[in-house]
Design a protein around this ligand. Sequence first.
Ligand code: ADP
Ligand code: MG
Length: 205
Amino acid sequence: MLELNNVAYRYPEASVQIDFQVETGRAAALMGPSGCGKTTVLNLIAGLLHPAHGEIKFNHQSLLTLKPAERPVTFLFQAHNLFPHLTVWQNLALGVDPGLKVSPREKQNIARALEWISMPEFSERFPSDLSGGQQQRVALARCLLRNRPLLLLDEPFSALDQSLRSEMIALIGELQQQQSLTLVVATHQLQDAEALDARIVTMEA
Ligand code: ADP
Ligand code: MG
């Protein structure tokens, strides 16, 4: 279970409070108007921000003592998930090892991840030579390779048209099944939350 118990974060001019729990392997959707604190909550889980008070636990262990890189978390943003100066293959290898050192077995995993997103022939392309939807699929393939149990998604579909959206949601559902991922997704769209069978967490401005 992922638990955010009575968590608060304060900016100079705003404060965000949140309390919710989601079972391991399930999805929670953070919904609410722009500025209500969805991104802040994801940053708190990822460890990019530290709460003023409250507890964040995953499977009964506090995440608060862990540095961002040590947390069992992968973050997928709305855009700009890829390094522009690296090829698709190199961006995927980064999901495996920050120094791009990959074993033969991991090379196979990268090849399989490229097949999973139906882009096996794109490995030597740079992100600027891909469409927005293709870039998001590569970013998702990197999430697959990172193989961390918590996947945080910050409005990951909002730049995509309806058919790409459905495609991404289907891939995320597959990934969730395969790796028993716990998802937290910030979204404006009720239909996205429903498609992911997410528990809805409503946030107020
Ligand atoms: P959402 O993702 O739901 O749009 P955010 O988490 O980005 O909301 O922002 C929540 C509130 O915190 C907003 O009022 C926003 O203006 C404020 N805020 C966000 N980031 C910062 C920051 N770096 N410094 C000061 N205030 C911020
Ligand atoms: Mg946001």
